[in-house]
Design a protein around this ligand. Sequence first.
Ligand SMILES: *[C@@H]1O[C@H](CO)[C@@H](O)[C@H](O)[C@H]1NC(C)=O
Ligand SMILES: *[C@@H]1O[C@H](CO)[C@@H](O)[C@H](O)[C@H]1NC(C)=O
Ligand SMILES: *[C@@H]1O[C@H](CO)[C@@H](O)[C@H](O)[C@H]1NC(C)=O
Length: 258
Amino acid sequence: MYSKLFVVLVVYLSVAESNDIINGYTNARSKKIYSELKEAGPALWKRDEEVVVNTTYNDVISAIYVTDLREDHNGEAYIESGGVGLRSVVIRLKSPSILRGYKFQVDVYATPMGEGLFHKGGGYYGDTQYPRNVNRTNKMKTLCVAILLSLAVFASCQSHDLAIGQATYGDVIIYKADEVKYGFPLITRTTIIQYPEPGQNNYAIIKAIYIKDNNKDGSGGFPTIGAGGVGQRFVKIKLKSQRGNGLNFTITIYGRYV
Ligand SMILES: *[C@@H]1O[C@H](CO)[C@@H](O)[C@H](O)[C@H]1NC(C)=O
Ligand SMILES: *[C@@H]1O[C@H](CO)[C@@H](O)[C@H](O)[C@H]1NC(C)=O
Ligand SMILES: *[C@@H]1O[C@H](CO)[C@@H](O)[C@H](O)[C@H]1NC(C)=O
């Protein structure tokens, strides 16, 4: 009983003002599959890089940690697609502005699929995320299509959309809301959205999170997942505007009652 508690390292942290990503859990079976220091020097353009991490054969991603190592912690890091519970993640790293670089430590952990990813309360997922008897070829195809689609969406317009996971038949909308904040000169607006709200319970497993940027001209904010997410029962979403601009997002969360 207690040994299990010791084995499980639950990470519920969210870091106040930085854009660090702390997603998922590590346990005794987790292995670090990716660990890199990503650094970019200042340049006349905004530095920007995409980090793709894929698991090997039978593993799914169990935790993603991106830590801004610079003193002012104002680099941007967000998950573009994939994530915890899936076999692939695409992380975008950006410098805050021109003439600025960044320095991020990126660590990704994986756990064998089907062993379940344990978390506080003893709940687990893994089987719900990926039924074992699903045809592997089809599953990989679906994942590839999902990744390509989200990359295509990202590339074809200037909206800062974030789509994680994929809603399928049987999933229901458990949360939908617009989040609008007006811009003020020189000010960065930030909103944290927690689902469920503190003190409330959500019994559904989150299957997909779609965050749509309604500002199509590139002036919109950036969404990130601060904690929780697909495969879990809670999520904390952070929306951060660009300096001097507002934000206008539509957030839709799909879940499944199991
Ligand atoms: C898996 O799907 C592929 C493509 O649809 C098919 O060719 C293959 O026979 C299937 N394999 C099994 C074990 O069902
Ligand atoms: C990761 O997987 C995707 C599709 O699943 C593939 O297109 C990409 O080349 C892979 N990247 C690496 C670095 O293995
Ligand atoms: C936010 O986006 C919605 C959908 O595009 C739009 O109807 C609404 O007017 C926008 N609000 C602001 C304040 O720009």
